[in-house]
Design a protein around this ligand. Structure first.
Ligand SMILES: [Zn+2]
Length: 253
């Protein structure tokens, strides 16, 4: 992936060439500017672009292993139901929790941990404008969340996932001194927008060894999705493991 700074230099060089030598300057100018802006948007919006943040999105493995992750909890109503289903299928997962939700559900966080699942940092507020925050403000949110996770389960998590999967120069700056493993995904289930059946069909189509699947444990129909998905993966012989095992990394300090 070409870095934005490199593309900026290329952009300026091409613009000079266009200005000096080419007819139809206006059309070329619009075309090149559009391509440049599209590249910048892609770099930020794709959590696996590796431009601003080194992220782990899929494991290279020849074992038939996958990992499942849940974002945006803990949710007092849905998360306990998710834990029950995971227990029924004897599956361990990873939960990327929002600090302010942990603050309201500390016992639930302890329960997630006690059940053998991993806990990661998903910022304090998960604000809709988080991507526009300054690096200092982002860092403060991430540190506050790690502090609360430590206070609650006595573990310093090394797992971080940016809200909405968006990465940018501020987030790069905010996380540069930390030793987080930035965790992305290779299968976005789109469980927040699609029906249970449609979500399941989408995952089924994409699923392959080494995948990290993104779910959310704050929507009612995740229960139905999990029932379908866990039964399917079992039938197909996929082993669901925690991301520390799948990626061979340390989840806690
Ligand atoms: Zn999220």
């Amino acid at each position: 992936m070409i870095k934005p700074r490199t593309t900026l230099v290329l952009y300026i060089i091409v613009l000079i060439q266009v200005y000096l030598f080419l007819p139809w300057k206006g059309i070329f100018f619009i075309l090149i500017t559009t391509l440049f802006l599209a590249h910048l948007v892609y770099c930020s919006a794709d959590i696996c672009s590796q431009v601003y943040l080194k992220t782990l999105c899929k494991a290279k493995t020849n074992k038939k292993q996958i990992a499942i992750t849940f974002d945006d909890g803990p949710d007092s109503k849905i998360t306990p139901e998710v834990l029950n289903i995971l227990n029924d299928f004897n599956v361990k997962a990873s939960f990327f929790c929002i600090g302010k939700h942990i603050d309201e559900n500390k016992e639930l966080l302890k329960l997630i941990d006690k059940n053998g699942h991993l806990i990661g940092n998903h910022t304090w507020s998960h604000d809709r404008w988080f991507d526009l925050f300054s690096a200092t403000k982002m860092k403060a949110e991430i540190e506050k969340t790690n502090g609360l996770i430590f206070e609650t389960i006595n573990k310093e998590t090394k797992l971080f996932r940016p809200p909405y999967g968006v990465t940018n120069p501020s987030l790069k700056k905010a996380t540069k001194d930390s030793n987080f493993h930035n965790i992305g995904w290779s299968v976005r289930s789109l469980d927040t927008v699609n029906s249970a059946e449609k979500t399941f069909e989408r995952i089924k189509k994409k699923l392959s060894s080494g995948d990290i699947i993104l779910f959310h444990d704050n929507r009612e129909h995740i229960i139905e999705i999990l029932k379908l998905f866990l039964a399917y993966s079992k039938k197909e012989g996929f082993e669901i493991v925690r991301i520390d095992e799948l990626l061979n990394i340390k989840a806690y300090d």
